[in-house]
Design a protein around this ligand. Sequence first.
Ligand code: ARG
Length: 426
Amino acid sequence: MRTRVRVPALALVVVGVCVSMVAHARTSVVSAARLLDVRSGRYVQQPQIEIVDGRISRIGRAGDPLPAGAEHIDLGARTLLPGLIDMHVHLTIDPTLGGYQGLEYTDNFWTVVGVVNARRTLRAGFTTVRNLGSAGFDDVALKQAIEAGYIDGPRIVPATFAIGATGGHCDGGGLPPSVTVPNPGAADGPDAIRATVRKLRKFGAEVIKFCGTGGVMSKGTTLGEQQYSQEEMQALVEEAHRLGMKVAVHAHGSSGINAAIRAGTDTIEHASLADAESFKLARAQGTWFSMDIYGSDYILAEGENNGLFAESLQKERQVGRKQRETFRDAHAAGVRMVFGSDAGVYPHGDNARQFGKMVEWGMTPLQAIRAATLDAAEALGRQTDVGALEVGRFGDMLAVDGDPLQDVAVLTRPAAVVKGGRLLQP
Ligand code: ARG
Protein backbone atom coordinates (compact mmCIF):
# COMPACT_ATOMS: atom_id res chain seq x y z
CA MET A 1 0.00 0.00 0.00
CA ARG A 2 2.68 2.34 1.02
CA THR A 3 4.71 1.55 -2.04
CA ARG A 4 1.81 2.32 -4.35
CA VAL A 5 1.39 5.70 -2.82
CA ARG A 6 5.05 6.46 -2.96
CA VAL A 7 5.67 5.58 -6.57
CA PRO A 8 3.20 8.02 -8.10
CA ALA A 9 4.33 10.68 -5.64
CA LEU A 10 7.93 10.27 -6.76
CA ALA A 11 6.84 10.26 -10.40
CA LEU A 12 4.97 13.49 -9.79
CA VAL A 13 8.04 15.06 -8.28
CA VAL A 14 10.15 13.99 -11.27
CA VAL A 15 7.58 15.33 -13.75
CA GLY A 16 7.33 18.50 -11.71
CA VAL A 17 11.08 19.03 -11.81
CA CYS A 18 11.16 18.50 -15.60
CA VAL A 19 8.27 20.90 -16.17
CA SER A 20 9.80 23.55 -13.99
CA MET A 21 13.16 23.15 -15.74
CA VAL A 22 11.51 23.73 -19.09
CA ALA A 23 9.44 26.59 -17.75
CA HIS A 24 12.50 28.26 -16.27
CA ALA A 25 14.73 28.12 -19.38
CA ARG A 26 15.03 31.81 -20.08
CA THR A 27 15.52 32.66 -23.72
CA SER A 28 16.35 36.04 -25.15
CA VAL A 29 17.33 37.19 -28.60
CA VAL A 30 19.59 40.18 -29.21
CA SER A 31 19.63 41.80 -32.62
CA ALA A 32 21.50 44.82 -33.99
CA ALA A 33 22.89 46.17 -37.26
CA ARG A 34 26.18 44.30 -36.94
CA LEU A 35 28.49 42.41 -34.65
CA LEU A 36 32.26 42.63 -34.41
CA ASP A 37 33.70 39.14 -34.72
CA VAL A 38 36.85 39.75 -32.67
CA ARG A 39 38.48 36.58 -34.00
CA SER A 40 38.35 37.47 -37.70
CA GLY A 41 38.26 41.21 -37.17
CA ARG A 42 35.24 41.45 -39.49
CA TYR A 43 31.71 42.65 -39.06
CA VAL A 44 28.83 40.20 -39.25
CA GLN A 45 25.75 42.00 -40.61
CA GLN A 46 22.29 41.78 -39.01
CA PRO A 47 23.12 39.21 -36.32
CA GLN A 48 20.40 37.64 -34.23
CA ILE A 49 21.92 36.09 -31.10
CA GLU A 50 19.89 33.56 -29.14
CA ILE A 51 20.75 33.19 -25.48
CA VAL A 52 19.35 30.39 -23.32
CA ASP A 53 19.90 30.54 -19.58
CA GLY A 54 22.73 33.00 -19.96
CA ARG A 55 24.70 31.24 -22.71
CA ILE A 56 24.66 31.79 -26.46
CA SER A 57 22.88 28.90 -28.17
CA ARG A 58 22.78 30.15 -31.74
CA ILE A 59 23.84 33.10 -33.87
CA GLY A 60 21.45 33.56 -36.77
CA ARG A 61 20.40 36.46 -38.94
CA ALA A 62 17.67 39.06 -38.75
CA GLY A 63 14.43 37.53 -40.01
CA ASP A 64 15.04 34.06 -38.55
CA PRO A 65 11.98 33.03 -36.53
CA LEU A 66 12.24 33.93 -32.84
CA PRO A 67 12.17 30.96 -30.46
CA ALA A 68 8.84 30.63 -28.63
CA GLY A 69 8.62 32.75 -25.52
CA ALA A 70 11.88 34.60 -26.21
CA GLU A 71 12.36 38.17 -25.11
CA HIS A 72 13.55 40.27 -28.07
CA ILE A 73 16.20 42.88 -27.31
CA ASP A 74 16.45 44.93 -30.47
CA LEU A 75 19.48 47.22 -30.38
CA GLY A 76 18.66 48.80 -33.73
CA ALA A 77 21.42 50.41 -35.76
CA ARG A 78 24.14 49.70 -33.23
CA THR A 79 27.30 47.60 -33.31
CA LEU A 80 27.67 44.68 -30.90
CA LEU A 81 30.93 43.63 -29.28
CA PRO A 82 31.69 40.91 -26.75
CA GLY A 83 31.48 42.13 -23.15
CA LEU A 84 34.82 43.69 -22.21
CA ILE A 85 37.28 42.17 -19.75
CA ASP A 86 39.44 44.30 -17.47
CA MET A 87 42.29 42.18 -16.13
CA HIS A 88 43.18 44.59 -13.33
CA VAL A 89 40.74 46.51 -11.17
CA HIS A 90 40.29 47.31 -7.49
CA LEU A 91 36.53 47.66 -7.06
CA THR A 92 36.87 48.55 -3.39
CA ILE A 93 39.25 51.45 -3.91
CA ASP A 94 38.04 55.05 -4.31
CA PRO A 95 40.66 57.14 -6.10
CA THR A 96 39.60 60.34 -4.37
CA LEU A 97 40.58 59.02 -0.94
CA GLY A 98 44.36 59.14 -1.26
CA GLY A 99 47.11 59.17 1.34
CA TYR A 100 45.93 58.54 4.91
CA GLN A 101 42.28 59.45 4.30
CA GLY A 102 41.25 55.80 4.19
CA LEU A 103 41.96 55.49 7.90
CA GLU A 104 38.84 57.50 8.70
CA TYR A 105 36.51 54.75 7.49
CA THR A 106 35.39 51.52 9.08
CA ASP A 107 36.47 48.23 7.52
CA ASN A 108 33.17 47.34 5.81
CA PHE A 109 32.94 50.78 4.22
CA TRP A 110 35.11 49.50 1.37
CA THR A 111 32.72 46.68 0.51
CA VAL A 112 29.96 49.27 0.12
CA VAL A 113 32.22 51.31 -2.14
CA GLY A 114 32.67 48.11 -4.14
CA VAL A 115 28.91 47.72 -4.61
CA VAL A 116 28.71 51.11 -6.33
CA ASN A 117 31.84 50.51 -8.39
CA ALA A 118 30.70 47.07 -9.54
CA ARG A 119 27.56 48.65 -10.94
CA ARG A 120 29.51 51.40 -12.70
CA THR A 121 31.97 48.92 -14.16
CA LEU A 122 29.25 46.75 -15.63
CA ARG A 123 27.43 49.73 -17.10
CA ALA A 124 30.67 50.76 -18.76
CA GLY A 125 30.54 47.53 -20.75
CA PHE A 126 32.98 45.51 -18.64
CA THR A 127 31.19 42.26 -17.97
CA THR A 128 34.21 40.43 -16.50
CA VAL A 129 36.98 41.77 -14.24
CA ARG A 130 39.88 40.46 -12.22
CA ASN A 131 39.97 42.14 -8.85
CA LEU A 132 43.68 42.18 -8.09
CA GLY A 133 43.82 42.92 -4.41
CA SER A 134 41.40 44.01 -1.72
CA ALA A 135 41.11 43.73 2.03
CA GLY A 136 38.70 41.66 4.06
CA PHE A 137 37.79 39.21 1.26
CA ASP A 138 35.34 41.84 0.07
CA ASP A 139 35.84 40.94 -3.60
CA VAL A 140 34.55 37.47 -2.75
CA ALA A 141 31.55 39.09 -1.02
CA LEU A 142 30.86 41.21 -4.10
CA LYS A 143 31.12 38.18 -6.37
CA GLN A 144 28.72 36.23 -4.20
CA ALA A 145 26.23 39.10 -4.02
CA ILE A 146 26.35 39.59 -7.80
CA GLU A 147 25.91 35.88 -8.53
CA ALA A 148 23.03 35.63 -6.08
CA GLY A 149 21.33 38.58 -7.77
CA TYR A 150 21.41 41.04 -4.86
CA ILE A 151 23.38 43.62 -6.81
CA ASP A 152 24.47 44.32 -10.39
CA GLY A 153 28.06 43.86 -11.38
CA PRO A 154 30.52 42.12 -13.63
CA ARG A 155 31.70 38.54 -13.34
CA ILE A 156 34.54 38.76 -10.84
CA VAL A 157 37.74 36.76 -10.64
CA PRO A 158 38.86 37.62 -7.09
CA ALA A 159 42.45 37.63 -5.86
CA THR A 160 41.44 38.59 -2.30
CA PHE A 161 44.56 39.95 -0.56
CA ALA A 162 47.65 40.62 -2.65
CA ILE A 163 50.59 38.62 -1.36
CA GLY A 164 53.78 40.54 -0.64
CA ALA A 165 56.90 40.91 1.44
CA THR A 166 56.80 42.60 4.83
CA GLY A 167 57.14 46.33 4.23
CA GLY A 168 56.68 45.93 0.48
CA HIS A 169 54.21 47.58 -1.89
CA CYS A 170 51.41 45.27 -0.75
CA ASP A 171 52.09 45.71 2.96
CA GLY A 172 50.78 49.11 3.92
CA GLY A 173 53.58 51.32 5.11
CA GLY A 174 53.68 54.77 6.57
CA LEU A 175 52.38 53.90 10.04
CA PRO A 176 54.45 53.81 13.26
CA PRO A 177 55.58 50.39 14.58
CA SER A 178 53.07 50.48 17.43
CA VAL A 179 50.17 50.60 14.96
CA THR A 180 49.81 47.23 13.32
CA VAL A 181 47.29 46.46 10.61
CA PRO A 182 46.64 42.73 10.20
CA ASN A 183 47.54 41.74 6.66
CA PRO A 184 46.86 38.11 5.72
CA GLY A 185 48.73 38.75 2.47
CA ALA A 186 52.09 39.55 4.08
CA ALA A 187 54.45 36.58 3.80
CA ASP A 188 58.20 36.08 3.75
CA GLY A 189 60.09 33.01 2.61
CA PRO A 190 58.91 30.14 0.38
CA ASP A 191 57.07 28.19 3.09
CA ALA A 192 55.06 31.12 4.41
CA ILE A 193 54.28 32.15 0.85
CA ARG A 194 52.99 28.68 -0.04
CA ALA A 195 50.84 28.64 3.09
CA THR A 196 49.43 32.06 2.18
CA VAL A 197 48.52 30.93 -1.34
CA ARG A 198 46.63 28.01 0.19
CA LYS A 199 44.89 30.16 2.76
CA LEU A 200 43.70 32.79 0.28
CA ARG A 201 42.39 30.08 -2.00
CA LYS A 202 40.56 28.49 0.90
CA PHE A 203 38.64 31.73 1.39
CA GLY A 204 37.80 32.39 -2.24
CA ALA A 205 40.85 33.53 -4.24
CA GLU A 206 40.66 32.38 -7.87
CA VAL A 207 43.82 34.14 -9.02
CA ILE A 208 46.95 34.98 -7.04
CA LYS A 209 48.31 38.51 -7.12
CA PHE A 210 51.67 39.32 -5.65
CA CYS A 211 53.89 42.35 -5.39
CA GLY A 212 57.23 41.80 -7.09
CA THR A 213 58.53 45.37 -6.80
CA GLY A 214 57.80 48.67 -5.10
CA GLY A 215 55.08 50.94 -6.43
CA VAL A 216 53.78 54.44 -6.99
CA MET A 217 51.09 54.52 -4.31
CA SER A 218 52.97 52.82 -1.48
CA LYS A 219 55.01 54.81 0.99
CA GLY A 220 58.73 54.13 1.29
CA THR A 221 59.18 51.90 -1.75
CA THR A 222 60.96 52.52 -5.03
CA LEU A 223 59.70 51.34 -8.41
CA GLY A 224 62.97 49.60 -9.19
CA GLU A 225 63.36 47.49 -6.06
CA GLN A 226 62.67 43.78 -6.34
CA GLN A 227 60.68 42.64 -3.28
CA TYR A 228 60.74 38.85 -3.55
CA SER A 229 63.74 36.68 -4.33
CA GLN A 230 63.70 34.37 -7.32
CA GLU A 231 63.19 31.45 -4.94
CA GLU A 232 60.19 33.10 -3.26
CA MET A 233 58.54 33.87 -6.59
CA GLN A 234 59.10 30.34 -7.77
CA ALA A 235 57.47 28.85 -4.69
CA LEU A 236 54.48 31.17 -5.07
CA VAL A 237 53.91 30.44 -8.75
CA GLU A 238 54.44 26.72 -8.35
CA GLU A 239 51.93 26.51 -5.52
CA ALA A 240 49.30 28.63 -7.30
CA HIS A 241 49.64 26.69 -10.55
CA ARG A 242 49.46 23.38 -8.76
CA LEU A 243 46.12 24.54 -7.36
CA GLY A 244 44.91 25.63 -10.79
CA MET A 245 45.23 29.39 -10.32
CA LYS A 246 46.91 31.93 -12.59
CA VAL A 247 49.38 34.40 -11.12
CA ALA A 248 49.52 38.17 -11.65
CA VAL A 249 52.49 40.21 -10.43
CA HIS A 250 52.63 43.89 -9.66
CA ALA A 251 56.03 44.83 -11.12
CA HIS A 252 57.48 48.11 -12.35
CA GLY A 253 61.26 47.54 -12.26
CA SER A 254 62.99 45.24 -14.72
CA SER A 255 64.74 42.94 -12.23
CA GLY A 256 61.43 42.14 -10.53
CA ILE A 257 59.69 41.75 -13.89
CA ASN A 258 62.36 39.41 -15.21
CA ALA A 259 62.46 37.28 -12.08
CA ALA A 260 58.66 37.00 -12.16
CA ILE A 261 58.68 35.93 -15.81
CA ARG A 262 61.39 33.35 -15.09
CA ALA A 263 59.28 32.04 -12.22
CA GLY A 264 56.40 31.44 -14.65
CA THR A 265 54.06 34.28 -13.65
CA ASP A 266 51.16 34.56 -16.11
CA THR A 267 50.61 38.32 -16.31
CA ILE A 268 52.93 41.23 -15.56
CA GLU A 269 50.92 44.17 -14.23
CA HIS A 270 52.31 47.68 -14.95
CA ALA A 271 55.57 46.41 -16.56
CA SER A 272 56.67 50.06 -16.65
CA LEU A 273 60.44 49.63 -16.81
CA ALA A 274 60.55 46.34 -18.71
CA ASP A 275 63.61 46.10 -20.95
CA ALA A 276 64.73 44.13 -24.00
CA GLU A 277 65.54 41.15 -21.79
CA SER A 278 62.00 41.25 -20.34
CA PHE A 279 60.51 41.25 -23.85
CA LYS A 280 62.66 38.28 -24.86
CA LEU A 281 61.77 36.31 -21.74
CA ALA A 282 58.06 37.14 -22.03
CA ARG A 283 57.94 36.00 -25.63
CA ALA A 284 59.75 32.78 -24.83
CA GLN A 285 57.45 32.01 -21.88
CA GLY A 286 54.22 33.31 -23.40
CA THR A 287 53.84 35.80 -20.54
CA TRP A 288 51.22 38.51 -20.96
CA PHE A 289 51.81 42.18 -20.16
CA SER A 290 48.89 44.05 -18.62
CA MET A 291 49.86 47.71 -18.81
CA ASP A 292 47.74 50.41 -17.18
CA ILE A 293 48.75 53.24 -19.49
CA TYR A 294 45.80 55.57 -18.97
CA GLY A 295 46.08 56.04 -15.19
CA SER A 296 48.97 58.46 -15.28
CA ASP A 297 46.86 61.24 -16.85
CA TYR A 298 44.38 61.01 -14.01
CA ILE A 299 47.00 60.78 -11.26
CA LEU A 300 48.94 63.77 -12.51
CA ALA A 301 45.76 65.86 -12.96
CA GLU A 302 43.91 64.89 -9.78
CA GLY A 303 46.45 63.26 -7.47
CA GLU A 304 47.14 66.36 -5.44
CA ASN A 305 43.42 67.14 -4.91
CA ASN A 306 42.91 63.51 -3.97
CA GLY A 307 45.54 63.75 -1.25
CA LEU A 308 48.09 61.30 -2.64
CA PHE A 309 51.44 61.16 -0.84
CA ALA A 310 53.92 63.66 -2.31
CA GLU A 311 56.20 60.68 -2.86
CA SER A 312 53.58 59.00 -5.07
CA LEU A 313 53.20 62.07 -7.27
CA GLN A 314 56.96 62.28 -7.57
CA LYS A 315 57.21 58.64 -8.65
CA GLU A 316 54.33 59.05 -11.12
CA ARG A 317 56.06 61.99 -12.80
CA GLN A 318 59.04 59.76 -13.40
CA VAL A 319 57.23 56.69 -14.64
CA GLY A 320 54.10 57.82 -16.54
CA ARG A 321 55.59 58.57 -19.94
CA LYS A 322 58.26 55.92 -19.64
CA GLN A 323 55.58 53.25 -19.13
CA ARG A 324 53.87 54.28 -22.37
CA GLU A 325 57.14 54.06 -24.27
CA THR A 326 57.65 50.60 -22.81
CA PHE A 327 54.15 49.65 -23.93
CA ARG A 328 54.94 50.76 -27.47
CA ASP A 329 58.28 48.89 -27.49
CA ALA A 330 56.88 45.73 -25.92
CA HIS A 331 54.04 45.61 -28.43
CA ALA A 332 56.46 46.21 -31.30
CA ALA A 333 58.67 43.41 -29.94
CA GLY A 334 55.72 41.01 -30.11
CA VAL A 335 54.93 40.71 -26.40
CA ARG A 336 51.31 39.60 -25.90
CA MET A 337 49.14 42.21 -24.22
CA VAL A 338 45.92 42.18 -22.26
CA PHE A 339 43.78 45.10 -21.14
CA GLY A 340 44.36 45.95 -17.48
CA SER A 341 43.43 49.42 -16.26
CA ASP A 342 44.10 49.39 -12.51
CA ALA A 343 40.74 51.21 -12.15
CA GLY A 344 40.51 52.32 -8.57
CA VAL A 345 43.63 54.36 -9.20
CA TYR A 346 41.25 56.27 -11.51
CA PRO A 347 37.44 56.31 -11.36
CA HIS A 348 35.58 53.05 -12.00
CA GLY A 349 33.42 53.29 -15.10
CA ASP A 350 36.14 55.18 -16.97
CA ASN A 351 38.00 51.92 -17.66
CA ALA A 352 37.53 52.17 -21.44
CA ARG A 353 39.46 55.41 -21.66
CA GLN A 354 42.55 53.27 -21.85
CA PHE A 355 41.64 51.99 -25.33
CA GLY A 356 42.49 55.39 -26.81
CA LYS A 357 45.93 55.33 -25.18
CA MET A 358 46.63 51.83 -26.45
CA VAL A 359 45.93 52.99 -30.00
CA GLU A 360 47.88 56.21 -29.53
CA TRP A 361 50.87 54.10 -28.43
CA GLY A 362 50.95 51.64 -31.26
CA MET A 363 48.04 49.21 -31.35
CA THR A 364 45.36 49.04 -34.00
CA PRO A 365 41.83 49.42 -32.61
CA LEU A 366 41.27 45.70 -33.27
CA GLN A 367 44.38 44.75 -31.29
CA ALA A 368 43.27 46.92 -28.37
CA ILE A 369 39.76 45.38 -28.48
CA ARG A 370 41.21 41.86 -28.61
CA ALA A 371 43.34 42.67 -25.57
CA ALA A 372 40.07 43.19 -23.66
CA THR A 373 38.18 40.26 -25.19
CA LEU A 374 39.67 37.24 -26.95
CA ASP A 375 43.20 37.64 -25.58
CA ALA A 376 42.07 38.45 -22.05
CA ALA A 377 39.91 35.33 -22.07
CA GLU A 378 42.93 33.28 -23.10
CA ALA A 379 45.08 34.82 -20.37
CA LEU A 380 42.33 34.02 -17.86
CA GLY A 381 42.11 30.44 -19.12
CA ARG A 382 38.44 31.16 -19.84
CA GLN A 383 38.25 30.54 -23.61
CA THR A 384 35.00 28.68 -23.16
CA ASP A 385 32.82 31.29 -21.51
CA VAL A 386 33.96 34.90 -21.97
CA GLY A 387 35.77 37.08 -24.52
CA ALA A 388 33.83 36.37 -27.73
CA LEU A 389 30.29 36.19 -29.03
CA GLU A 390 30.27 32.52 -29.90
CA VAL A 391 27.97 29.57 -29.23
CA GLY A 392 28.51 28.21 -25.73
CA ARG A 393 29.91 31.41 -24.21
CA PHE A 394 27.98 33.80 -21.99
CA GLY A 395 25.58 36.21 -23.65
CA ASP A 396 27.68 39.17 -22.47
CA MET A 397 27.92 42.13 -24.85
CA LEU A 398 27.80 45.84 -25.32
CA ALA A 399 26.31 47.92 -28.10
CA VAL A 400 27.91 51.11 -29.36
CA ASP A 401 27.08 53.80 -31.85
CA GLY A 402 29.71 54.33 -34.53
CA ASP A 403 32.59 52.20 -35.74
CA PRO A 404 35.00 50.96 -33.03
CA LEU A 405 37.49 49.83 -35.68
CA GLN A 406 37.77 53.44 -36.85
CA ASP A 407 37.41 55.19 -33.51
CA VAL A 408 38.02 53.06 -30.46
CA ALA A 409 36.79 55.92 -28.23
CA VAL A 410 33.19 54.91 -29.02
CA LEU A 411 33.77 52.17 -26.42
CA THR A 412 33.73 54.81 -23.70
CA ARG A 413 30.03 55.44 -24.43
CA PRO A 414 28.17 52.13 -24.57
CA ALA A 415 24.52 52.58 -25.58
CA ALA A 416 23.48 49.27 -24.03
CA VAL A 417 25.00 46.42 -22.03
CA VAL A 418 23.71 42.84 -21.92
CA LYS A 419 24.97 40.35 -19.35
CA GLY A 420 23.95 36.70 -19.58
CA GLY A 421 21.22 37.66 -22.04
CA ARG A 422 19.69 40.30 -19.77
CA LEU A 423 19.57 43.95 -20.83
CA LEU A 424 20.77 46.18 -18.03
CA GLN A 425 18.43 48.91 -17.02
CA PRO A 426 20.10 52.34 -16.84
N1 ARG B 1 48.97 50.67 -8.34
C1 ARG B 1 50.06 51.22 -9.08
C2 ARG B 1 51.21 51.55 -8.15
O1 ARG B 1 50.99 52.03 -7.09
C3 ARG B 1 49.60 52.41 -9.83
C4 ARG B 1 50.53 52.90 -10.86
C5 ARG B 1 49.88 53.95 -11.67
N2 ARG B 1 50.78 54.62 -12.56
C6 ARG B 1 51.01 54.23 -13.78
N3 ARG B 1 51.85 54.92 -14.48
N4 ARG B 1 50.45 53.23 -14.31
O2 ARG B 1 52.32 51.32 -8.48
